[in-house]
Design a protein around this ligand. Structure first.
Ligand code: TRP
Length: 335
């Protein structure tokens, strides 16, 4: 039996931060040799909120550079750009016509984003999860690594696949494979440096809320110096009264690679004045090899483009096959 297929993506909206790395990209890298991985840049998703055309392509290249710099290995992983494979858009339309409107209106993330957008909500924002279903189902993915916030979208993906199979497939021959979420070990939910109860986010207006993967040592030092703490001496994990403390300890654990118990023991008597320099050093040290590799990769635009051309070709071969199967099942004439 061949390897199971994993599929995941990140939107090219800039400000790639420790949450993107520790919560997503690093997990892909760690498990990559066990699976056949399809990892893409979700640029079609990135235009569901107002965007700057001058930034889109740049952010896309930066993200591909970071995928490579973080250690994705082309022997195990296919890296591509969503908009390069037109089957994503095409399957979205087909899915649109079998997806009940109220399924989309019930999506938590849509409701949250729509409130923030006020009057300025486009149809694409509502349709976002259908595009995501197309991303996943086109590749007949077995496993989809997602964070807590995307679980509802994965459920919807399964519902769309089941509905299409039920309406248009034969009972013994499903058209689409139902994917499972791949939930990794705890601790990879990185919170804001300004508020330990909120996720670290690309869209937080405050730069001080996050550490970006490409931040300089000075920036990292400054942000950690200014981050929110509490007046209590002695640092502990999992105290619900101390969300910032838990988050900063978890960051130290993940970036140092030390086991939780070792970190708990090391830091139990520390004050912030001792811990912050330690976290600063550890963060700078952990990001250095990524930043060096990133510079190297980005200097060779030709290489980057060749990675994406290969990725596009491999992705298209699989995606187009699934698209044809779906079109045939729905009754389209196939040439
Ligand atoms: N919506 C995901 C996010 O913002 C990105 C994404 C788009 C994705 N398509 C996907 C993730 C398919 C996994 C599978 O995090």
């Amino acid at each position: 039996m061949g390897k199971q297929r994993v599929l995941s993506g990140v939107q090219p909206t800039g400000n790639y931060h420790l949450g993107n790395y520790l919560g997503a990209i690093r997990n892909w890298v760690e498990g990559q040799s066990e699976y056949d991985n399809y990892l893409f840049v979700a640029d079609l998703h990135a235009i569901t909120l107002p965007h700057d055309p001058k930034q889109l392509a740049n952010n896309t290249y930066t993200l591909v550079g970071l995928y490579l710099a973080c250690g994705l290995d082309l022997n195990h992983s296919t890296i591509f750009v969503q908009s390069h494979v037109s089957a994503h858009s095409e399957l979205t339309w087909l899915f649109n016509c079998i997806t009940p409107l109220n399924w989309l209106e019930d999506m938590i993330q849509f409701k949250e984003k729509a409130v923030k957008q006020g009057e300025n909500v486009n149809v694409g924002l509502l349709d976002y999860p259908v595009l995501m279903a197309a991303d996943i189902l086109l590749y007949q993915a077995d496993k989809v690594p997602v964070g807590e916030d995307q679980k509802q979208h994965l459920e919807l993906t399964r519902d769309i696949a089941a509905r299409l199979n039920h309406q248009f497939g034969k009972p013994d021959q499903p058209v689409l494979k139902l994917p499972d979420p791949l939930i990794r070990k705890e601790g990879a939910r990185v919170m804001s440096l300004a508020d330990g109860t909120r996720k670290m986010s690309k869209s937080d207006p405050s730069e001080l809320s996050r550490i970006n993967l490409l931040d300089s040592p000075d920036q990292i030092q400054y942000k950690i110096k200014r981050c929110k703490t509490d007046p209590i001496r002695g640092l502990t994990f999992d105290d619900p009264e101390r969300p910032e403390c838990n988050n900063l300890l978890a960051l130290y654990m993940l970036l140092s690679g030390k086991p939780k118990q070792a970190v708990a023991a090391e830091c139990q008597d520390m004050g912030w004045g001792q811990f912050k320099p330690l976290l600063t050093e550890t963060t700078i040290h952990a990001l250095k090899p990524i930043q060096e590799k990133y510079q190297e990769v980005m200097e060779d635009k030709g290489y980057l483009e060749s990675v994406l051309r290969d990725g596009r070709e491999k992705a298209q071969a699989i995606a187009n096959q699934t698209l044809t199967q779906v079109k045939a099942a729905l009754g389209f004439s196939i040439l």
